[in-house]
Design a protein around this ligand. Structure first.
Ligand code: DGJ
Length: 700
């Protein structure tokens, strides 16, 4: 998979199923990016490491496309690395030293500074089947003095030189996450980032790039991401030399790291990938990559869950949750999750966060009776926690005010009436691990919804180890990963869901630890279509939780029929969030039937290949199709917001079927070839507002 050609100077070719990525060493010993794109025949197709146009004023260096772009010399572009040495030297001259190949699909390129005892290792792992390269950087201080790290990106990706570049990314806000944005790039920088301590609702650490012409089905698309849950940045810089580089990694804003002698700093992974067949194929590659290499329990179907939040908010108690659980079990739910409100003096969002002991007024006998009841109904039990947070009105805050990020003497900005615990501190990490370990040891809990409902402010760390205050951004994120890791070692049967006021913490770093994400607090089934479409651009469907909730929806007072609400939520991993005590017998029965239907087709939805056929961004009509791995089953959702002027829904031309096989539509006598379904399509009749159809095709 990784080919090393060693003629005058070494060349490494990362060979994947449909793409190649190549690196060489130039005459000055600098590591040059040579190629990334569709498959080549062999290394003779590559440019030489010294082949580059000479630009008048800046010499050939201005065009230099080094693999990691250390700041120094004539490099004025976004640097991959910027450091200051103890004697005040502030530039880097990295020279190729050696390479290692720890495995067939792994490559390590070792660079050393020309003068200083700093070793930089660029680590590559090839996921050939999905045309994805994983990269990260390791910096090792081999000297006797500290080195100050100022910017350490995980990767610099270089695109082929083309006359136009266009970038797509996911922006948003609370209740409106993962909105797809697409814009042409011009010379200069386009920065997407989070400075909020967490991934954020505002921007997601992911990008798509094309040359201005690609669409869902056609054209070259480059894509990438930062697998990291703290403050991150992605910089797309179009240089005046026509080239485009993308720097991706930890945000350097307010970041600083003291690299002591003997210490190694390891960045998170950044992935980069290539599709020759549009955005749709790029997403399918990302989905397959995540299911094969990132998401835990990817081979297991996600259970249909019930979550109490929208039904009972903070006002939970033993009897009421038992009644909800009985109804949820009758509907066919498999996991019952009690959300916020079960602990401390948590009666609203004003108090209680931090005090993770059961509220004995609400649960006089602890959690066990409810858990036993839920289990006796044949469901697993899950519970909500927000470990990193504390309300000022809590015992934890009163006993440990120093555990909060703050600048002494200054006000602490509250958000949702809460503060962020300083998880950079090891004693705070120990405390959180201890609390959760005890909860999981004492109770038969199968699932934790780990929430986080505010961003950082006043990022002060009083009494931090000298010179390490600004490391808190990274140490916090590493602390969260470490707590999750330890909990999973101790409680391997407990699954975690990541939530951050909805989808504020959806990224590939967190995906290593959680089986799913709460996609958005916006559960309106129409708004959800765009949120879910954006999510699907970068992230797999199995991890995308979608609940059916009450009408009118609390977010916007919109009332959509139960069928539309179910269809919108069945497009991901299904959950129920309705107040079941308020539903009629008829609604309960209909819900039971939808859940039963979902269970029959969920493997295709959760694991199949996804085709976005009609985008909710383009018109009132949305169509999404899923095809099982063996092409034997396909599921199609068609949803219409409103009909106008008697215009029918466009025929839905399916994708990904076996053209020569015959398929039938479940519940009808329609039987046609895959080719016919893909060329002629299917006609659905949707006339009224908020109408929808679910069509299941099976190979006969
Ligand atoms: C925000 C989450 O996104 C909701 O689902 C719910 O868990 C609330 N927090 C609880 O406070």
């Amino acid at each position: 998979m990784i080919k090393v050609a060693d003629s005058k100077s070494p060349v490494w070719m990362l060979r994947m199923q449909h793409s190649d990525y190549a690196i060489g060493v130039d005459a000055a010993g600098k590591l040059q990016h040579l190629y990334w794109g569709a498959k080549l025949v062999d290394e003779q197709d590559l440019p030489g490491a010294d082949d580059r146009p000479i630009w008048i004023l800046e010499d050939d260096q201005g065009y230099s496309r080094q693999e990691i772009m250390p700041w120094g010399g004539l490099n004025y572009d976004e640097p991959g690395l910027k450091v200051t040495f103890a004697d005040g030297i502030r530039d880097l001259v990295l020279v190729y030293h050696s390479y290692e190949q720890p495995a067939e699909d792994e490559l390590v390129l070792v660079l050393k500074d020309a003068l200083k005892p700093l070793t930089v290792r660029l680590v590559y792992k090839v996921r050939a089947a999905v045309d994805i390269v994983e990269r990260h950087v390791e910096l090792h201080n081999e000297g006797t003095e500290d080195i100050r790290l100022e910017q350490v990106l995980s990767a610099i990706w270089h695109l082929p030189i083309q006359p136009q570049y266009r970038m797509s990314y996911l922006s948003g806000l609370w209740a409106g996450e993962t909105q797809i944005q697409t814009e042409p790039l011009k010379p200069g920088k386009k920065v997407i980032e989070s400075r909020r301590g967490t991934g954020s609702h505002q921007m997601n650490p992911f990008f798509f790039l094309d040359f201005g012409l690609s669409d869902e089905e056609f054209g070259e698309v480059y894509f990438g991401a930062v697998a990291y849950s703290g403050s991150w940045k992605i910089v797309a810089e179009q240089t005046t030399y026509q080239s485009l580089l993308i720097g991706a990694g930890i945000n350097d804003f307010d970041f600083s790291w003291k690299l002591e002698p003997g210490e190694t700093f390891t960045t998170p992974i950044s992935i980069g990938g290539y599709s020759g067949s549009g955005y749709g194929e790029a997403s399918r590659k990302l989905h397959r990559y995540q299911l094969q290499s990132v998401l835990p329990c990817a081979d297991q179907l996600r259970p249909v869950l019930y979550n109490s939040w929208e039904a009972t908010k903070f006002d939970v108690n033993e009897q009421q949750q038992m009644r909800l659980a009985e109804k949820a079990a009758k509907l066919g739910c498999e996991l019952f999750v009690m959300d916020d409100g079960w602990f401390g003096e948590r009666h609203s969002d004003q108090a209680g966060l931090g005090d993770w002991t059961v509220n004995r007024t609400k649960f006089p006998n602890g959690l066990q009776p409810l858990i036993q009841h839920v289990k006796s109904l044949g469901m697993q039990f899950g519970i909500w926690l927000e470990p990193e947070m504390v309300n000022p009105d809590s015992d934890l805050f009163r006993s440990h005010p120093e555990w909060i990020y703050h600048f002494p003497g200054r006000d602490r900005t509250l958000s949702r009436n809460q503060c962020v615990l300083n998880v950079a501190r090891e004693d705070v990490q120990e405390h959180l691990f201890g609390v959760m370990h005890a909860l999981l040891s004492e109770n038969d809990i199968s699932f934790i919804k780990w929430d986080m409902n505010r961003y950082f402010t006043e990022p002060g760390w009083p009494n931090a180890p000298a010179g390490r205050e600004q490391e808190l951004w990274v140490r916090h994120t590493r602390g969260i990963y470490s707590i999750l890791d330890r909990l999973q070692q101790q409680h391997p049967n407990v699954a975690f869901e990541a939530c951050s006021g909805g989808g504020g913490r959806v990224d590939l770093g967190m995906m290593k630890y959680v089986v799913q994400f709460w996609t958005s607090d916006n559960t309106d089934p129409y708004d959800r279509l765009r949120i879910q479409e954006g999510y699907s651009l970068a992230y797999n469907i199995k991890s995308m939780m979608c609940w059916v909730t009450d009408a009118p929806n609390y977010i916007n007072q919109r009332s959509a029929p139960l069928k539309y609400r179910f269809h919108s939520s069945m497009m991901g991993s299904l959950g129920i969030g309705m107040n079941l005590n308020e539903l009629s017998e008829e609604e309960l029965e209909q819900s039971r039937q939808y859940i039963e239907q979902y269970k029959r087709i969920r493997r295709t939805i959760q694991e199949g290949s996804l085709y976005r056929i009609a985008s909710p961004r383009a018109s009132d009509d949305t169509a999404v199709q899923y095809v099982s791995g063996d092409q034997s089953e396909s599921v199609v959702f068609a949803l219409r917001r409103s009909e106008q002027f008697r215009m029918p829904f466009y025929p839905i031309r399916l994708r990904g079927l076996d053209p020569d096989a015959a398929y039938s539509i479940e519940g009808s006598d329609v039987r046609r070839s895959g080719r016919s379904f893909m060329s002629r399509g299917i006609q659905v009749q949707l006339e009224a507002d908020f109408t929808s159809e679910l069509i299941v095709l099976r190979k006969v």
